[in-house]
Design a protein around this ligand. Structure first.
Ligand SMILES: [Zn+2]
Ligand SMILES: [Zn+2]
Length: 777
């Protein structure tokens, strides 16, 4: 044995490695410790500013195996972006150590996102022999809250809302043991030392003290509305199979029509309420646990009022131990779990705030004493054209960075107006905020500022430039101007539809020029008109408008969004119909008086702005095809129209005519929908079904934009198409466009990590600003 020792020594190697990505606060160091120990290697690991640093020493083959396993056995919440390995001289070290965190200079790894209870923790939760049996706050390095409980970096217990809960001896032992799943799990807790739950009335008086969870279940089964404190805020929970209870929730919340999300026990339960594809099942089970919009199953016993008028159901799985405990009772099948707020207000997070704001809605409050420091709604996703797409990017995704195609100086992109999200960017990464809701009032602006403060602290980003939308009337625009002036920062402005396409380009690293299809409801154009059906030729730092839906009037301006019949009147009139004739009035569901008033507004150009919006065209078609005069929420009519196509066979498309256009003179092609309206009205008069009309309409829109893209290729030579804008949430439209474009030999790109809707706008703004700033410097 003694003789082999020196020989073996000669084969020892030492390597240094820097690992970048999501590698802090996700159990990465104990994972590396375990790998090194299993491979019998010596060395150390420590956190540094950009990730972790590893030194590893031992037989060459074992070291190779270590680096191989590092990549393939990565813990569930970790993400390795790069591993840079360098040779070192072996020093004969023995044993493997975890060295203490040294936070030097700036930290770019920051805080991980919140993650759903992992399978190991779930097993302990339901195991009567485990010391954490039924403990509502168990977690480990592979799961639990992160972003929502963190005040500032570094991500260590004293900087979180767990600071007030000193660990008991048993928890501390786990926390200190590198071989334990709870090694440095900052929110580690148990019955002895951690937070607790209780049930209370709106006045704060505790009720059912001996069994708050059991009592909550009984109350839910009796049809009560319970405010339940979660990870990123309160939910309003109600039995989703109880029609009367769901109706009562809608009345008290003053939210009619808009679909409510439903939480079910597990994947089997989700399959019972929805028809799921493999991609949808995978999405449901990711650690982010988003709400997934999936095809509702017939006869699923979910109250009809949960998602009226559409064939989809927003379904999701429990992600916090407290939620698992509610579903541990077999009688609890499905719960509406909707953000606890009134209409578009930010979600409630604080116990007192919840009691005040929700006192008139909830019958009781299931509270706990672990403070939520960051409001964060549930994320919403769907599988669109075979791949996951984010509709609302919040819990589970924030504050993970999304890569930019190149380095950027520190900047802030403030986003748009509706469904606002801002982005802070520096270096290669853009950090989008959680979904902030509509920036229409001071409450929304307060949430914006609160979240901005937090993320600036978290990532230690001091913006040198501020980017805003072109719209002069947005609250985000005026705030950006004031803020830039107060801090002496550069100010940049980006057109709405350019930002959408730029976001898609940046996600895929496209330099352009690309043909950008930017299809949505509303965005301020360079001519002051309301754009939204745009074919743009884009680079990151600029664009030209190649084609757009022909302008039509929007009688009553914003009112036309809530009353889509107005939009239909504008379109029909532009297509040459007499909108005051009896058959038209019947189609519009309008009186002659109403039609005359609107026609006059249009003739005089009073409060009838011009728009090229595709979203508004969907509204207009839905208004006549579904006879839907009014909507309860934006795009409701359009979503219902898409819903009609779900089981409809393919149908020949309506026609869109491409008029004019001179690329050399920068005159855009006008896409006239007048022929589409003539064909559609003929179908309506012939009694053709709504489903067939909806199918023909989708096909027509797709065909029109495919033809415009083909013309753009002929004029510019660009062969890549980036599709963006809120209309890309429409599954049928997204698929028809991709198929049509690919059939023409064009290469198609869609959003995957960032929302195509206004929630993704700030990422696109950041990409444009980065490109412009890089060019100047
Ligand atoms: Zn766990
Ligand atoms: Zn403990």
């Amino acid at each position: 044995m003694d003789e082999t020792q020196p020989k073996q020594r000669r084969h020892e190697v030492r390597r240094g490695a820097r690992v970048c990505g999501v590698v802090q606060g996700v159990g990465f160091r104990p994972f590396v410790y375990r790998l090194a120990t299993e491979e019998g290697l010596a060395g150390s690991i420590g956190n540094d500013t950009d990730g972790v640093t590893i030194e590893i020493e031992g037989p060459a083959a074992r070291v190779e195996a270590f680096f191989f396993r590092l990549r393939v056995e990565t813990p569930p919440l970790a993400r390795i972006d790069s591993v840079d390995v360098r040779e070192l001289a072996a020093i004969g070290e023995t044993g493997f150590r975890i060295v203490s965190s040294q936070v030097l200079g700036r930290v770019s790894t920051g805080i991980p996102a919140d993650a759903a209870t992992c399978p190991d923790c779930l097993r302990e939760l339901l195991d009567p022999a485990d010391r954490r049996f039924r403990y509502p706050f168990l977690n480990c390095t592979n799961c639990g809250p992160r972003f929502t409980i963190t005040r500032r970096i570094p991500y260590d217990r004293p900087q979180t809302s767990m600071a007030g809960f000193p660990m008991c001896a048993a928890c501390q032992r786990e926390y200190d043991d590198p071989a334990n799943r709870r090694f440095h799990a900052q929110p580690n807790a148990c019955w002895e030392c951690g937070p607790r739950v209780w049930l209370a009335r709106a006045d704060g008086v505790e009720i059912d003290a001996d069994g708050p969870v059991a009592a909550t279940i009984e109350r839910l089964l009796a049809g009560e509305i319970i405010a339940i404190k979660g990870i990123g805020g309160f939910h309003l929970g109600v039995d989703a199979t109880n029609e009367a209870a769901v109706m009562r929730l809608r009345e008290r919340k003053q939210r009619y029509g808009k679909p409510l999300a439903v939480m079910v026990r597990d994947l089997d339960a989700a399959r019972a309420v929805c028809v799921l594809t493999a991609e949808e099942e995978a999405l449901l089970q990711t650690p982010a646990r988003p709400i997934v919009l999936a095809h509702a199953r017939d006869g699923n016993r979910i109250a009809a009022d949960v998602a009226p008028g559409i064939p989809w159901l927003g379904v999701y799985l429990p992600y916090a131990p407290l939620q698992h405990l509610l579903f541990a009772d077999e009688r609890v099948r499905a719960l509406v779990m909707t953000s606890a707020n009134l209409s578009e207000e930010p979600i409630a997070i604080d116990n007192d705030e919840a009691r005040t704001r929700l006192g008139g809605i909830a019958d009781a409050f299931l509270m706990h004493d672990r403070e939520i420091l960051q409001r964060c709604d549930d994320s919403v996703a769907a599988v669109v054209d075979r791949a996951p797409q984010l509709i609302r990017r919040a819990r589970g995704f924030v504050p993970l960075g999304v890569e930019l195609p190149f380095d950027t100086p520190p900047l802030l992109a403030v986003g748009g107006h509706l469904k606002n999200v801002f982005a802070l960017a520096r270096g290669r990464l853009a950090y989008q905020s959680q979904h902030l809701g509509d920036l229409e009032n001071l409450t929304g602006l307060e949430f914006f500022k609160e979240s901005l403060d937090h993320l600036m602290r978290t990532f230690e980003i001091e913006p040198e430039a501020v980017v805003h939308d072109l719209h002069p009337g947005y609250l985000s625009t005026s705030w950006a101007k004031e803020w830039a002036q107060a801090h002496g920062l550069r100010l940049l402005v980006v057109q709405h539809h350019h930002a959408h396409v730029a976001g898609c380009m940046a996600e895929h690293g496209l330099a352009g020029p690309v043909i950008g299809l930017s299809l949505d409801g509303t965005g301020y154009g360079t001519d002051g008109r309301v754009w939204g059906g745009e074919v743009l030729v884009c680079r990151l730092d600029g664009f030209e408008r190649f084609a757009h839906l022909d302008y039509v009037p929007m009688p009553g301006g914003e009112a036309a969004i809530r009353e889509p019949w107005r939009m239909a009147l504008g379109h029909l009139r532009a297509a040459g119909f007499d909108v005051t004739d009896a058959a038209m009035l019947d189609l519009l569901g309008a009186t002659e008086q109403e039609a005359r008033v609107l026609a006059r507004m249009i003739e005089r150009g009073v409060n009838a702005p011009w728009t090229s919006s595709l979203g508004r065209l969907f509204d207009a078609v839905a208004a006549v095809a579904l006879r839907r005069r009014l909507v309860d929420y934006e795009a409701q009519a359009a979503i219902e129209l898409e819903g009609l196509t779900v089981d409809a066979p393919e149908a020949p498309s309506y026609s869109i005519e491409l008029l004019g256009g001179d690329w050399m003179r920068r005159e855009p092609v006008r896409m006239s929908v007048a022929p589409l309206w003539r064909e559609l009205v003929a179908d309506l008069r012939a009694g053709v079904s709504g489903a067939r009309i909806a199918a023909r309409f989708h096909a027509g829109v797709a065909m029109g934009f495919v033809r415009a893209a083909v013309q753009a290729r002929a004029a510019t030579g660009a062969t890549q198409v980036a599709m963006s804008g809120g209309c890309m949430h429409n599954r049928l439209l997204a698929r028809l466009l991709r198929e049509g474009l690919e059939a023409e030999g064009l290469e198609v790109f869609q959003h995957r990590r960032v929302s195509p809707g206004d929630g993704g706008l700030s990422y696109g703004q950041a990409a444009v600003a980065a490109a412009i700033l890089n060019k100047r410097s």
